[in-house]
Ligand binder design. Structure first.
Ligand code: XMP
Length: 509
């Protein structure tokens, strides 16, 4: 395994993903956290940082201590900190260097640059740069604007010590993945055996050990994470896993039946709970978006709690928590600030003092999908768009009623089916329909209509944090609009949302 020490760079997770993509397991820990040095640990990567190494409060680690036992790769701030630690000079450059640059290798023979052409594009993002390397360090590469773009310690160290001023982990560093792979394999001697198949095997063995003969309860959402987590747990303990899938009345058309069917095919021990009426009653008359969210969350907990009490001797709680929710982010405001921690992401109350079982705690989303495929979960479920917990309730602006849910379910299904049929479903990150509390006049045949307006929303995104509206073809939008107005009685006008996030959000509420 590899440890990535995080100094608060926005790219730290990308380093971890690049390492994982090379089939090597790694963990991100805050730079100040202790870690065990043992035979499974093969190397350390030091991340970038918003700090300057010359700032008084700049975060530091004992690089030379680590290097006694392990190879080290410093990236950006990590490289500057390495240079400074050993007696080099790091200064503010007169030009800040952001964006593309051409990396020019000075030592093409070095194992770090195996297979990398003499010149290649890299991505820079720094305002300090290394003016002078410490004694016994060697420049491995430069760019047009900086003398030290890559270096290594050239002698006397028991273990290799490298630094890169550029960011090999970002997409725009075209040889970056290769350089990271070279560090892992050629320098650290990692074996590339972190694969979905190995993960499944090891994780089942570990779950068996962790759980023993206790019983686990788990709520399923129909989404990828909870399904993959439950399938893994179920492979480990079979029917000692009790799953609940609740129909909260604001799922998509036929979703409850279809998802339950899939769960049964996966041999999950699952109970479906039809709580539609209960949710509708609680939601009646409520129009405030945050209040609607809270009601749905609390009602869910109430039902979960009731069902959990009904089952005997439940000992543990299963959750589909994934790695991005777990990583403690290093504060950019200074090491003394409170560190965010996201525990119990599933939103269940603290009084449920059950030990957690979270088999996906160390996986990124793309790895969860690969593990899901490995487990034989249908591709349709694995590749589903994200769908918010409060469901259609936050896509019905204003009060939620059964009748409005029914209207929206039909319109949404027409839109989503059309996306699939036109091979557009996988090209957008998320899509859905929103029922607006606006009625307008229309004409159908000889008759005047006065009916609801529906908004269609489709976005492209990587992680939902930022998003652009999807530029769907006009012909496609025309046919969806036609189909909805003709088939869904109660909607006589369709509009397309062309706002990006920010400043808009993906959901309307
Ligand atoms: P926004 O609207 O904030 O949405 O741009 C970003 C992503 O988060 C989803 N979302 C939610 N998911 N509970 C959830 O589980 C919620 O209350 C919630 N609100 C938004 C949204 O669907 C999108 O994928």
């Amino acid at each position: 395994k590899i440890i990535i020490l995080d100094f608060g760079s926005q790219y730290t997770q990308l380093i971890a993903r690049a390492v994982r993509e090379a089939n090597v397991y790694c963990e991100i820990i805050p730079y100040y956290q202790q870690f065990d040095i043992n035979e499974t640990l093969k190397g350390v990567i030091l991340s970038g940082s918003p700090f300057s190494v010359n700032e008084e409060k700049a975060p530091v680690v004992a690089i030379s201590d680590f290097n006694k036992a392990l190879p080290i790769l410093g990236i950006c701030y990590g490289a500057q900190l390495t240079a400074k630690t050993y007696g080099g000079v790091v200064n503010k450059s007169n030009k800040r260097e952001y964006g593309r640059a051409t990396l020019i290798l000075k030592n093409e023979q070095d194992a770090l640059f195996d297979g990398v052409p003499q010149q290649s594009q890299v991505w820079m993002s720094h305002s300090d740069s290394i003016q002078q390397l410490p004694p016994h360090f060697e420049v491995l590469a430069t760019t047009e604007s900086i003398p030290v773009a890559a270096f290594k310690q050239s002698n006397h160290s028991p273990n290799p010590l490298y630094g890169l001023q550029f960011h090999p982990e970002v997409f725009h560093s075209t040889e970056g993945k290769k350089i990271i792979r070279n560090f892992l394999v050629n320098i650290c001697g990692c074996s590339q055996n972190w694969t979905p198949a190995n993960f499944v095997q090891e994780s089942i063995a570990q779950l068996k050990k962790q759980i023993g003969d206790r019983k686990v309860i788990m709520a399923l959402s129909g989404g990828v994470d909870s399904t993959v987590a439950a399938t893994l747990i179920s492979k480990a303990i079979g029917d000692h896993l009790y799953c609940l899938f609740v129909d909260n009345g604001v799922l998509r058309k036929n979703e409850y039946e279809q998802v339950l069917h899939t769960y049964q095919q996966l041999h999950l021990n699952v109970v479906g709970i039809d709580a539609k009426e209960h949710f509708y009653t609680k939601l009646a008359g409520k129009t405030d978006p945050e209040e609607k969210r809270k009601i749905i969350g609390n009602t869910f907990i109430e039902i979960f709690d009731r069902e959990a009490k009904r089952m005997n001797d439940i000992g543990m709680l299963g959750q589909g928590t994934i790695y991005p929710d777990v990583i403690e982010s290093v504060s950019v405001h200074g090491p003394s600030q409170t560190i965010k921690s996201h525990h119990n992401v599933g939103g269940l109350p603290d009084y449920m003092q059950l030990e957690l079982v979270e088999p996906l705690r160390f996986l990124f989303k793309d790895e969860v999908r690969k593990v899901g495929i490995e487990l034989g979960i249908p591709a349709e479920l694995i590749n589903r768009h994200p769908f918010p917990g409060p469901g259609l309730a936050i896509r019905i602006l204003g009060e939620v009623t059964e009748e409005k849910v029914h209207l929206l379910q039909q319109a949404d299904a027409i839109f989503i089916d059309a996306l699939r049929n036109a091979n557009l479903y996988s090209k957008v990150w998320q899509a859905g329909a929103i029922l607006l509390p606006v009625k307008s006049v229309g004409v159908m045949g000889d008759e005047r209509t006065y009916e609801y307006t529906l908004a269609l929303r489709a976005v492209t995104s990587v992680d939902g944090m930022t998003a652009d509206w999807a530029h769907l073809p006009y012909d496609f939008l025309a046919s969806v609009s036609n189909a909805i107005i003709n088939q869904v009685k109660g909607i006589n006008r369709v509009v397309y949302d062309i706002s990006s996030k920010p400043p808009a959000t993906i959901e309307w509420e």
